[in-house]
Design a protein around this ligand. Structure first.
Ligand code: ATP
Ligand code: MG
Ligand code: MG
Ligand code: MG
Length: 576
């Protein structure tokens, strides 16, 4: 590829709305261009990276037995009404109407459509297992789109859906997908961690997230460095959501019928995406006197039942609630619930919660829900009155690092991560409501056992940059780079020798299947180098008359401090 035929558009300054480094660098390097909130053009340079991500994902999905298809972006509402998600999903689900006033949705995920395919096409046990996947545009009307394409409203996801004859088969498929995900993230060359996760709005029993480690990550991961233990504390989103929704929560607190509120009430009032991130809340409300001093505090507990099928919540004690909404302090929680540790059983913890000292230790070996824990971490923060921005990192670090790991194998550490993949064992959740059955060996109908497996293709581009950049720009791992090698000729338009050498190297590398870029724009060296360092091409070869006279070119890896002089005749072999 020659630069003159391609499209390169770099900026000195990032737009002011870019908060994180990946967003800034993607804008400056001309990878993306904003069209609206959370909606971006993928520009030629950025698209090349996206295609690299897709290619690796596709290869490994195929290797693991996935079968690619493509399901529509716009989907009839009927299917979504069948599972109830049309109503349950809340404002993140983009609903549209056609000219006949019929309802449609723009897919945020595709369980309904794929289950509809399966119930029509997969009739016999002989056709199972099957694992369908696609790499398709998604739309989620995110409450707060930000960080460029890392939390866009329109984005690309690889989503796979497996159908098995029985739970044992589904468990094997889940393991195979887990292994495929590890291969995928290994190949990207990123530092990541697989963590136990909340099953949230998708539902089901077993779930893992793949988190790219980065300080700017919205998620917090608690892990044990000396064992395999790792889990997500779905934190940032829940906390900012609650902070934002505190006034609405106040209204909930004032519901006239303590002990009874529907899940829909909570979803509506708190604006929660149902139980996605929050399964239980331990809150306190304060009664104030005229001077604004607290005269009485009441601790109350909201239990949002674990899976998406939940349709009820139990509201704990609510009384005398006049003003103020905040998380309960640990002392209050201890006071209120400490004497009955089994109380938290129904929200999905297999073992009781034990409150100790200034932090909560959840005694469980099979922790599937991080959200429960977080409720307790966020004690003593008063968002009811002035809603300060919580300092998430500091808070969780204070609270949990050094705690004993639930598996007894060491102590816990905390890291921030970016959720780039998420796999779920779904069981018969969708097949039951949509009546997706097959005939088993005895000719009897049985519900298909399902799993679903997502990868945020476009988010990975941002996550990779969060992890790999320096003061000059992006530093791509080879596997994801838009171009692997850039040839920078000095005087391409002036020197026949330089032109000949640059063209020859370009052609040879291209013939060898290497993504090579020849910068023939005639930019001055400084500007040319700065562009490619910003764009993050991992390998650079500089060809000049001066070097050629001695039979040399200059090679510099993107992480290298300085260039190395190399034999011009050997450079192609070196790069292959
Ligand atoms: P998050 O917690 O970040 O909102 P999620 O849990 O809602 O993500 P899933 O439903 O698990 O997302 O979707 C699978 C994958 O799709 C995620 O792991 C993530 O990589 C990607 N993804 C989800 N939402 C977005 C978004 N708004 N922009 C880009 N990628 C996204
Ligand atoms: Mg989400
Ligand atoms: Mg998530
Ligand atoms: Mg997820």
């Amino acid at each position: 590829m020659k630069a003159s035929q391609f499209f390169i558009s770099t900026l000195k300054e990032a737009p002011s709305d870019a908060e994180v480094v990946s967003h800034k660098l993607m804008m400056r390097a001309g990878f993306i261009k904003r069209l609206g909130a959370g909606i971006y053009n993928y520009m030629p340079m950025g698209l090349r990276v996206i295609r690299k991500v897709e290619a690796i994902v596709r290869e490994e999905m195929n290797r693991a037995g996935g079968v690619e298809l493509l399901m529509p972006v716009v989907q009839p509402a009927e299917l979504w009404q069948e599972t109830g998600r049309f109503d349950k999903m809340g404002p993140e689900l983009m609903r549209v109407k056609d000219r006949h006033d019929r309802d449609f949705i723009i897919q945020p995920t595709s369980e309904e459509v794929v289950t509809d395919i399966a119930r029509q096409e997969l009739r016999s046990y002989k056709q199972l297992p099957k694992n369908f996947y696609h790499i398709q545009t998604k739309f989620r009307d995110e409450r707060r789109p930000r960080f460029g394409i890392m939390r866009g409203r329109e984005f690309t996801m690889k989503d796979a859906y497996s159908f098995d004859r029985d739970a044992a088969g589904a468990a094997k498929t889940y393991e195979a997908m887990f292994a495929a995900y590890k291969r995928i993230f290994d190949r990207f060359g990123l530092e990541y961690r697989a963590v136990a996760a909340d099953t949230g709005a998708i539902g089901g029993d077993l779930s893992h997230e793949f988190q790219v480690i980065a300080e700017t990550g919205e998620d917090a991961i608690v892990y044990c460095p000396t064992s395999d233990y790792a889990a997500n504390i779905e934190l940032a989103e829940a906390v900012s959501l609650l902070a934002e929704r505190a006034p609405a929560a106040q209204a909930l607190v004032n519901t006239p019928t303590p002990g009874k509120a529907t899940c829909a009430d909570v979803a509506q009032l708190l604006g929660l995406p149902l139980s996605r991130t929050i399964k239980s809340l331990v809150l306190a409300t304060d009664e104030l006197d005229e001077a604004g001093d607290i005269v009485k505090s009441t601790v109350w507990l909201l239990l949002l039942r674990g899976d998406h099928s939940m349709n009820e919540i139990k509201v704990g004690k609510i009384e005398g609630l006049k003003a103020g909404f905040r998380f309960a302090t640990l002392a209050e929680i201890e006071d209120h619930f400490g004497s009955k540790p089994g109380y938290l059983g129904p929200i999905g913890l297999k073992k009781p919660v034990k409150v100790v000292a200034d932090r909560t230790v959840v005694n469980m070996s099979d922790w599937v829900c991080g959200a429960n824990l977080e409720d307790f971490h966020y004690t003593g923060v008063n968002w009811g009155r002035d809603l300060p921005e919580p300092d998430l990192v500091a808070d969780i670090r204070n609270v949990v690092e050094g705690d004993p790991s639930p598996d007894g194998q060491g102590v816990l550490a905390i890291q921030r991560g970016i959720e780039v993949g998420h796999i779920f064992y779904l069981g018969t959740k969708y097949s039951k409501v949509m009546n997706a059955t097959f005939l088993d060996e005895n000719g009897k109908p049985a519900f298909m056992e399902m799993g679903c497996y997502g990868i945020g293709v476009t988010r990975i581009v941002g996550a990779a940059i969060e992890q790999n950049h320096d003061a000059r720009g992006i530093v791509w791992p080879d596997a994801l780079a838009p171009f692997t090698v850039v040839i920078c000729p000095i005087g391409y338009d002036r020197s026949a020798d330089v032109k000949a050498a640059a063209d020859a190297l370009h052609d040879e590398l291209q013939a060898a299947g290497i993504d090579v870029m020849l910068d023939d724009r005639g930019e001055r060296p400084g500007a040319m180098f700065a562009d490619w360092e910003l764009i993050g091409v991992p390998h650079r070869v500089v060809i000049s008359d001066r070097g050629l006279k001695e039979g040399k070119v200059e090679y510099q890896g993107r992480r290298d401090e300085a260039a190395t002089s190399m034999a011009a005749c050997g450079i192609a072999a070196e790069l292959k």
